[in-house]
Design a protein around this ligand. Structure first.
Ligand code: F6P
Length: 341
């Protein structure tokens, strides 16, 4: 059996560990052959592949990025569609596809399995916002990177008696902000799920300052206060038609400075959070998911993705993960909020 693997959407530390896990198990246990589609669905639509012998995956579990490349290509556009993809698969002798990606990738995979293509999924996102899996690989690494960076911001903030704002990723949900903020002892954590007024944020900042601390604010890129809602919509859409985010930290800094009288600086961590070496936790999770995806293929579980349930890897239908985001629940935010003062 020949299996094609693709990585699609924004990259994520651990993608290579998934590929390695799948390839090593597939070759060792089932004698399968592997190819990789270059740059996600673009490679599928164009039939652009590379062979993946065992030697190609040697030592890659610790490498960031993806050896296959990625893109945000939609397989139903750009000359694609099920017939084109099926024709490429037949010509190249590919029996099944393992699609590693986020909600967009899994939604496309579902549409393609609905018309008979043999695809299984592996969920991926640093944002940890995919439903039907307890954690996604890449999240732990992103939190680790953000926490380290925030710890560094704290020491320079303390030297200068400044308020420091760290803007982390999180377009729709605040998991990275919540975890890195709790880990680094932030005095305010701001996430898209929770509307907080600028006056409340200023009050938290002043409280920390009055206690002799350098106030530390961790904000997810998708956060907005009531007064900033307008500013968000004015930023328009990015090239993928998504609301253009980022810059919330830069917008908060002058407002907080004006309200508190405390000199304030903002730092955007950005794509630093998606790059580099995955943590051991993410490598293990990603490897296990890759291996379990081989079981899905062997068992013909088309239209399902592998998922983490507690400490077990299970198989769930694409439907379970689509259409709703896993947001930060109220009790998790309330728990963190107690620590603000
Ligand atoms: O989905 C992961 C994510 O990192 C989001 O947190 C962020 O908003 C987005 O990707 C950035 O995407 P791009 O790399 O396309 O700018």
């Amino acid at each position: 059996m020949k299996i094609g693997i693709l990585t699609s959407g924004g990259d994520c530390p651990g993608l290579n560990a998934v590929i390695r896990g799948a390839v090593l198990k597939g070759i060792a246990v089932h004698g399968q052959e592997f190819v990789g589609f270059r740059d996600g669905w673009r490679g599928v639509v164009e039939g652009d592949i590379i062979e993946i012998p065992r030697t190609l995956v040697r030592g890659i579990a610790k490498q960031g990025g993806t050896i296959l490349g990625t893109s945000r290509t939609n397989p139903f556009e750009n000359g694609g569609g099920p017939d084109v993809i099926k024709a490429h698969m037949d010509r190249l002798g590919i029996d099944a596809i393992i699609a590693i990606g986020g909600e967009g990738t899994l939604a496309a995979a579902k549409r393609l399995t609905d018309v008979g293509l043999k695809i299984v999924g592996v969920p991926k996102t640093i944002d940890n916002d995919l439903d039907a899996t307890d954690y996604t690989f890449g999240f732990d690494t992103a939190v680790e990177i953000a926490t380290e960076a925030i710890d560094r911001l704290r020491t320079t903030g303390e030297s200068h008696h400044r308020c420091m704002i760290a803007e982390v990723m999180g377009r729709h949900v605040g998991w990275i902000a919540l975890h890195s903020g709790m880990a680094s002892g932030a005095h305010a954590i701001l996430i898209p799920e929770q509307r907080v007024s600028i006056d409340q944020i200023a009050a938290w900042v002043k409280l920390a300052h009055d206690r002799g601390r350098a106030p530390l604010v961790v904000v997810a890129e998708g956060f907005s206060t009531d007064t900033m809602e307008q500013a968000h919509s004015e930023r328009g859409l990015d090239t993928f038609g998504r609301p253009r985010l980022g810059g919330i930290g830069e917008r908060l800094a002058p407002e907080l400075e004006a309200l508190t009288g405390i000199e304030t600086r903002a730092t955007v961590l950005g794509h630093i959070q998606r790059g580099g070496v995955p943590t051991a936790f993410d490598r293990v999770l990603a490897t296990r998911l890759g291996m379990a995806a081989i079981d899905s293929v062997v068992e013909g579980r088309w239209g399902t993705m592998v998922s983490l349930n507690g400490t077990d890897i299970v198989h769930v239908g694409f439907d379970a993960a689509l259409g709703r985001l896993k947001t930060v629940p109220q009790d998790r935010y309330d728990e963190a909020r107690v620590l603000f003062g």
